[in-house]
Design a protein around this ligand. Structure first.
Ligand code: ADP
Length: 478
């Protein structure tokens, strides 16, 4: 079985969030099942030079975008047994980061067409093309309406995974002609037509043979108006082909026993060593050094999605205890400012690390006692699984993948892996945080047992990869 993953980001080359983790780890798991998986990515400026040095040019060609002719180079490298293809175009990708530009619609239209046109040139015609999120979601439609005349492509099955329904790629319908060189055949409700615009992700949902999302709960939730981000109707219409498969994490990278960024390393029974990691970070950050002071952490995009509006409302009361809160994240400026403000007001309790840094993230997962992730909605969420693995007990909203991965703590039965709450209100969140702190201060043994139970949970890909394999196999039988 040959599968081509197409995505806007992937570990270890470039990352803005969980999408990169998944695209970075699922292919090698599929490979273990015997699949020939390859991955196509844009050649961004920020991909580390050490990888660029390993890349080999294999071909180049022109992509016709409306009236424009655009150069597409293809470079390749093999990393940990997986073949990667990078689409090179300086005008579109020689910029900082991945997304957030005014012409993203054009950049990813180009990328999508270049990847399709690349396949026959590199002589890799997959049985399945597996696209991820809105950036590449037009590929299924393009195979139906633009490239159907290429015989070799006619049996390619199309899978779309939605990692976050909020981001959809909505543009003026002129893009059909001016970017994709198409007429308006696909401009219909069961195609790409979204009100009077074109919606890339909607196109993916309608034209893919199978749509997956990254947790069973989110797969149900997105079919309701509350979580459907205005596409719930389209998703209900396509419900027969929508599946939810929980993401795994890379248990080699996120492993407190072998993590090169923490000192000392520790395992399930290494609570005292974990406390040493905490004290080292407290020292590094200039916070009071004391293993009996609870450290709460967040490692996250700073956005409303992640529930930081609730956190802001109650943070002052938390900081007025002796608890410490360390947040590592970038995103909406209002949150960057408010967290900096709290750091200034509570210098012994608060650190706002406004940056994106994988090493610091791993140190913080390891050093913290509690991990705060009260997302308003959460397609899957990896941070809460990573925190469990490092023995940092999560405090989460019971939604989406958080609900599917964290079992509520039950004090009387001594079961569960984290503190969970249902009502999305700041007072409810505050009560949960105080309940967690209370357990830390007053029943440390129970707290340790809770952390240990979390560390023992299995969040590897082993179960989920089987579900992907089953879907792939069923698709190929049709
Ligand atoms: P999302 O994809 O919605 O941002 P996830 O929980 O699925 O959220 O994945 C987030 C990933 O990005 C995790 O691996 C987390 O550790 C990482 N991450 C988020 N913010 C930062 C940051 N500032 N520095 C380093 N890693 C980060």
């Amino acid at each position: 079985m040959k599968v081509l993953f197409v995505a806007g980001e992937s570990v270890p080359f470039i990352k803005t969030g969980g999408l990169a983790d998944v695209v970075g780890s699922l292919p090698s798991e599929l490979k273990k099942e015997g699949v020939d998986v390859r991955v196509a990515l844009p050649l961004y400026k920020d991909i580390p030079q050490k990888f660029k040095d390993q890349m080999v040019d294999i071909t180049n060609f022109d992509v016709y975008m409306g009236w424009k002719t655009v150069y597409a180079g293809v470079k390749t490298l093999k990393h940990q047994g997986i073949q990667y293809y990078f689409i090179d175009n300086l005008e579109f990708f020689n910029r900082d980061g991945c997304y957030g530009y005014w012409d993203d619609g054009e950049r990813f239209a180009f990328f999508s067409m270049a990847v399709i046109e690349m396949m026959e040139r590199i002589d890799f015609i997959p049985n399945i093309i597996h696209v991820h999120d809105w950036h590449t979601a037009m590929i299924p439609m393009l195979l139906v309406h633009k490239y159907h005349w290429i015989e070799a492509y006619q049996n390619i099955r199309k899978v779309l995974t939605i990692h976050n329904l909020r981001f959809q790629g909505i543009y003026n319908p002129v893009v059909l002609e001016s970017l994709f060189g198409l007429d308006f055949t696909s401009f219909k409700d069961d195609g790409v037509k979204y009100y009077n615009s074109v919606n890339y992700l909607q196109g993916g949902i309608n034209y893919a043979d199978i749509v997956t999302t990254v947790s069973p709960s989110y797969a149900d939730e997105i079919q309701t108006p509350e979580f459907g981000e205005t596409l719930d109707g389209i998703l209900r219409y396509n419900a027969w082909k929508v599946y939810g498969i929980l993401n795994g994490i890379d248990t080699k990278i996120y492993d407190p026993k072998n993590d090169p960024f923490i000192e000392p390393n520790y395992g399930v029974n290494g609570y005292n060593k974990k406390m040493e990691v905490k004290e080292a970070l407290q020292k590094e950050l200039g916070l009071p050094v004391d293993k009996d002071i609870p450290m709460i952490a967040s490692v996250s995009r700073l956005s409303d999605q992640k529930g930081f509006n609730l956190v802001n409302e109650i943070l002052e009361e938390v900081l007025q205890t002796n608890a410490q809160y360390v947040v590592l994240g970038t995103g909406e400026e209002s949150y960057e400012h408010s967290f900096k403000y709290f750091q200034q007001e509570y210098p012994d309790n608060m650190r706002a690390l406004i940056e994106f840094d994988a090493e610091k993230a791993q140190k913080l997962y390891a050093a913290s006692d509690l991990f705060l992730m009260p997302s308003a909605f959460e397609p899957c969420g990896l941070s809460q699984m990573i925190s469990l693995r490092y023995g940092s007990v999560p405090i989460v909203h019971e939604v989406g993948g958080l609900k599917d991965s964290i079992k509520p703590f039950n004090e009387f039965e001594n079961t569960g892996t984290g503190f969970t709450f249902y009502d999305f209100r700041s007072s409810v969140l505050k009560d949960k945080i105080f309940e967690a702190l209370d357990l830390f201060y007053n029943q440390r043994d129970k707290f340790k047992m809770l952390a240990r139970r979390g560390m023992r949970e299995d969040f590897s890909w082993s179960a989920s990869v089987k579900e992907y394999m089953k879907l792939y196999e069923e698709l190929l039988e049709e």
